[in-house]
Each structure stands twice: as C-alpha cells, then as structure tokens.
Design a protein around this ligand. Sequence first.
Ligand code: CO
Length: 134
Amino acid sequence: MIGRLNHVAIAVPDLEAAASQYRDTLGARVGPPQDEPDHGVTVVFIELPNTKIELLYPLGEASPIRGFLEKNPAGGIHHVCYEVDDIRAARDRLRAQGARILGDGEPKIGAHGKPVLFLHPKDFTGTLVELEQV
Ligand code: CO
C-alpha cells in the first residue's frame, strides 16, 4: 500500500543553523524558509536525489512541535512521510486493522498542497507516520 518515502521531517531548535549545516556542511540543495501558518511551522525543504528532508521550526504559540522540542531540545526526527495513491482507501484499510488516525480522520492539505493524514505513533513502533496522497 505505501509507496515512496516522500520525506523525513526533523524538528530543529535553530532553523538557520540547521539549514546552513545541510547546505554548507553536508552540501545539500536547501530551499528558503516557508511559513505554514495552518500547520504552526516554518519549514525548510531539502531536496535529496531520492527523497526530501523537511526541517521544522515552531510558528506561533500553539505550534504542534513546541512540545516535541521541549522534550528533545537538540531537535530530532519528528515524522516520516510515505506516499499513497488513495488516502481515504489507505485510512479505511488502516482503521479496519485497528490503527488510530490522528485528528478527525479527514485528510488535511499538507505542506506540499496534497492531502495528508497522520497515524498514531504508538501504533507504528513509536514513529509518527504521515501519509500523503500523490
Ligand atoms: Co511531513
């Protein structure tokens, strides 16, 4: 059911420092910061040949990654995102197998303008999983 790894998202306490590390130390193609007010994050996209890295930094007091950074002050992997062809079919199949979908279970438009859902990390080996319909 799942396809390509679309991205790995890393929450960072210092967006400029993390972006310059990927650009200057690791030699990656790093985009400009983009505010995503609907998701409470500022994102820097890093294009790798086979996938993307998303650096996430909190935007606003209610940012969903604020708590994550309190628990992980140095930053850390926040979620992985897998591509699916049909996000509602994927959701229904996962629900039928007992997996919990975060929020109201309706796909939201994600940072790439495509429908996304998040799966409960306790149901997936402690990893927050995003599904994106491509
Ligand atoms: Co993501």
